[in-house]
Design a protein around this ligand. Sequence first.
Ligand SMILES: [Zn+2]
Length: 238
Amino acid sequence: MADELFRADAYLKSCEATITAVDGNTIELDRTVFYPTGGGQPGDRGVLALRDGTRITVTDTRKGDGASAVIHVIDGQASPDWVGTTVDASIEWERRHRLMRVHTLLHLLCAVVPAGVTGGAIRDDGTGRLDFDLPESTLDKTEITDALNRLVREDHPVVPRWISEEELDRNPELVRTMSVAPPRGQGRIRVLEISDVDLQPCGGTHVSRTSEIGEVAVDKIEKKGKHNRRVNVRLLTP
Ligand SMILES: [Zn+2]
């Protein structure tokens, strides 16, 4: 179990934490700013700095078996002596921020293309893609690029929040705007709201305003099967 600090504040670059477990080349902490691979977003990389000066490179972050277990994959073998030690945990921020921009861009893409989403991916090179359930190719590259850049320029606030299942039931119009049915049974649902644009269940990390994404372009639209159109997007600024 780890306190997942990135859920409440995606802009946290580092935190102090205690090593709670080690196993081979993996480390668990009591709290972390490292996002584990999920929802199409790659896991964070970074450094765990021990008080004795040892710097441990984290090459990947994954979900563990427990409900909120976060596994930090390191370059080398973890020492059992490290359990109980305090570390400064810092993510590779430039890379994460680029992932947050692409992730938020995919929410905009979802709002622009009126079709169900069947898959997607976010890459750390500033590109990403979504697959849409569309039998015919009615999508226009230039139109989508223009619509995305308009939403970026309009600078909509991006707000993650928790809503109760009761609140969702009282506001059926919220459900209508969701392209994915939210998971039920836990009492509350984490949603990502881009004001006047999009509302979806999502547990990932996002920028706080759409202008932070910067100018974007649709790279290409591919036919991937009879009912599948893949839209590839790219950030135009590093
Ligand atoms: Zn998201």
